[in-house]
Design a protein around this ligand. Structure first.
Ligand code: GLA
Length: 744
């Protein structure tokens, strides 16, 4: 039946788009039912054009064998309708996008104030088209389309504001991901004000959902929370000008009965690094509305006649195989469509200087670090904060991006060349978006900071924020980094951002555009990132914002990995990495072994945790015990064997370390030939406990040998579970299994 339907639709499509052919199958138009059907490998999303005026949302879920349900017309007293359209009550229906003041009393996707002063907004369907690939979004990061990906563009019109609205849906077929963004063009003769803008709306059926969010604070980012949705509106947000430590822009909405392996789970995320709003609203009876976008509190936009505004892209996925399936869809999408392409190259194992010497950057100490690090198999030395301007502590120097002449007598270039002669690569720390009042830059250009006329600007970590909405500031930074690094053979940048935005105003913007400052700040930041990537294409970027304060898909577009947290304690890192894995692949997580003390067992424990992502070290190797340091070469050698699997393998979580006293998970390749299983106990147990680690992906007909111990397991045994026993008193059990399928 479905095949017949698809064949009919395909023929129709060929008539509409005669030159597009096979590649367009991800988006088909069923003219008879006025439906657009978006199809990924495992999911289907259906939109219906209702009476040639409204956009109804019909279905999002697994591919169905018997066709999707009819559009549900629901009516209720107190729900407005247009004359002649009694059964289409926007407040009672599932729709693709919603408009302020237009009879839908749930949270709103779009609010635009027309020249007449009214913010009542309403757009009606005009046309749609399908094209291959993804249209560029001006100055914003967005997912890269693959060969099989196509985009649906729906055009709507509002005759009062004289604005044209285009909604975009890109279908990333093999990732089971669909993205959404909008474009508003003022075709009238008077300016309009965008007061709220959401990129994505998804009206889900039913109300029995849990909401999964990643919350936290500096040093404890992306901690897992799962709570039942209640009636009314619940939200995640940032008003901080960054995607923030406090809430990550990821949201999971799963059925109450869904587990890691079973049940329906929707995932949502935002390709953006600034303030945002994510809402889930359980309405009076017709389900749960999910929205994600810029919101309206920290965002506004003045749209003059002829101007166009494009929103950042938001993404959604669906998994019928539980929360784990949702994560794996997002992992694949992030790896294949977001992260810089050279992601699959070997990553350097770095030694970072921050927790070893803090601001006390010294040529001799760093040279000693380099020599010793090379001896222990480390690939790169990263010189953290403290190398530039008058930077002796955090009260001075930000903004002055030249090497401190006292610390580097012969300049940065000579120093880096000398260091690299030891055979090590070299990375360097920067924090471009910030300025200390005690800096040459601030003394010359106080007007280049974010500030509001007549109000005192507030400091945080003794620094102010540069006004990245001002192109002169971005230009200054480009020139500074050109001068600082143009002739210096750096291999890696750690790009930091160490405060949140207050007094967000701009001397550069006119009064009617002040509300744009927060979004324009991000556009300027992205401009600088793009310049960096183009100017230094071989330089790797590690993103950081006081650890993982900008751990988002926007930053991942330009950075290879992200410093997951300033908290390097292995117990907290286990929880942070677990939470991060809900939405992001392990290849994005920069994980360092820090301060193991003089106990060789402790460095192995810390390594076991750090090997859940991209390995590095952060400790003073000059004053450490040899018997501890001697563990490093073996760790790096093992890590190199596993690196490909950690970066590109399928990831399965076995336990939640935010709820239990242990974490466990495994990576596996698609053929299930290698399985890398980890168990880490976080604290000593009161009593011995036996725990089964069920490797449900193991091939039950195969035999696997643990390359670390030579122990053998049948696939069936692995599926039933390896038993581990927790340690009591001061013992914490931890272990990795490198399970390799025996050749037949
Ligand atoms: C932030 C980072 C740290 C370190 C310091 C330097 O806190 O997260 O890793 O780079 O800045 O000031």
């Amino acid at each position: 039946m479905l095949e017949k339907q698809i064949a009919v639709c395909y023929n129709l499509l060929k008539n509409i788009c005669p030159n597009k052919g096979e590649a367009q199958m991800a988006v088909i138009f069923d003219n008879e039912h006025r439906r657009v059907i978006l199809t990924t490998n495992d999911t289907e999303y259906v939109i219906e054009i209702i009476r040639e005026r409204f956009l109804g949302h019909v279905y999002y879920g697994p591919k169905t064998a018997d066709g999707v349900p009819d559009f549900a017309y629901r009516i209720a007293s107190f729900s407005p309708y247009y004359e002649g359209f009694f059964d289409f009550q926007p407040d009672m229906c599932t729709t693709e996008y919603s408009y302020f003041g237009n009879g839908d009393f749930r949270c709103t996707s779009l609010k635009v104030r027309s020249a007449n002063g009214s913010s009542v907004t309403g757009f009606e369907y005009r046309s749609h088209r399908v094209f291959k690939g993804h249209a560029p979004i001006d100055r914003l990061p967005y997912a890269e389309a693959g060969d099989s990906d196509s985009t649906l563009e729906i055009t709507l019109w509002d005759s009062v504001s004289q604005c044209e609205l285009k909604l975009y849906y890109t279908v990333f077929e093999d990732c089971n991901v669909i993205s959404r963004y909008m474009k508003l063009t003022n075709k009238g003769t008077s300016p309009v004000e965008i007061e709220k803008c959401m990129s994505l709306q998804c009206d889900l059926p039913g109300t029995d959902y849990d909401m999964i969010t990643l919350y936290g604070k500096h040093g404890c980012e992306r901690l897992f929370s799962r709570t039942p949705l209640h009636r009314g509106n619940q939200s995640i947000y940032s008003r901080r000008g960054t995607s923030s430590h406090q809430f990550n822009p990821f949201m999971g909405i799963c059925r109450r009965t869904a587990t890691e392996e079973k049940g329906d789970c929707y995932g949502f995320n935002f390709v953006y690094s600034g303030s945002f709003l994510g809402e889930a609203e359980v309405g009076q009876e017709c389900g749960c509305r999910v929205q994600l976008g810029l919101g309206g509190e920290n965002f506004g936009w003045h749209l003059s006649p002829g101007e166009v505004f494009e929103s950042p892209e938001a993404v959604m996925t669906f998994s019928a195989v539980g929360v784990g399936g949702m994560s794996r869809n997002f992992h694949k999408f992030t790896r294949d469509r977001i992260l810089p392409k050279e992601i699959h190259k070997n990553r350097p194992v770095v030694l970072n200087t921050w927790e070893a010497v803090y601001f006390n950057i010294d040529e001799k100490i760093l040279s000693d670090f380099a020599e010793k690090a090379v001896k222990y198999g480390i690939d790169m030395l990263v010189m953290d904060d403290g190398w530039f301007g008058a930077r002796e502590n955090d009260s001075a120097g930000l903004g002055d991006w030249w090497a401190n002449p006292v610390k580097f007598k012969n300049g940065l270039g000579a120093f880096v060349k000398k260091i690299k002669k030891t055979g090590i690569k070299f990375g360097i720390w920067i924090e471009p978006e910030m300025v200390n009042p005690d800096s040459d830059l601030y003394r010359a250009h106080p007007e280049w900071t974010l500030r509001c006329a007549g109000r005192e600007s507030m400091l945080s970590r003794e620094q102010l924020v540069l006004d990245m909405s001002n192109p002169c500031v971005v230009e200054y930074l480009k020139n500074s980094f050109e001068d600082a690094f143009g002739d210096v053979p750096i291999d890696y940048i750690k790009w930091d951002m160490n405060r949140h935005l207050s007094q967000v105003g701009s001397d550069f913007l006119p009064p009617e555009r002040q509300k744009e400052a927060s979004h324009r700040y991000m556009l300027g930041v992205y401009d600088l990132y793009r310049w960096f990537r183009e100017r230094f294409p071989d330089v790797m970027i590690e993103n950081c914002s006081g650890g993982g304060g900008r751990y988002d898909l926007g930053m991942m577009k330009y950075s290879h990995q992200i410093w997951a947290s300033d908290n390097t304690d292995p117990v907290w890192r286990t929880r942070i990495q677990y939470g991060s894995s809900l939405a992001y692949p392990a290849s994005t997580m920069s994980c360092h072994v820090s301060h193991p003390g003089d106990d060789p067992d402790e460095i192995e424990y810390r390594f076991t945790v750090a090997a859940g992502g991209i390995l590095g070290y952060e400790m003073n190797i000059l004053n450490m015990d040899d018997k501890v340091l001697e563990r490093i070469p073996g760790q790096i050698e093992r890590y190199r064997r596993w690196e490909e699997l950690i970066k590109t393998g399928d990831f399965y979580r076995l336990s939640n370390p935010c709820e239990k006293i242990y974490g466990s998970y495994y990576f596996t390749d698609s053929a299930r030939n290698t399985i890398l299983l980890t168990f880490v106990q976080l604290e000593a147990d009161k009593d011995y406990k036996e725990i089964k680690l069920r490797v449900s992906c193991a091939d039950k007909n195969a035999v696997y040998t643990d390359a670390l111990t030579k122990e053998r397991y049948t696939g069936d045994q692995l599926r039933k579970g390896i038993t581990v026993t927790t340690g009591t008193e001061d013992k914490r059990y931890y272990r990795m299994w490198e399970l390799i399928r025996d050749r037949a």
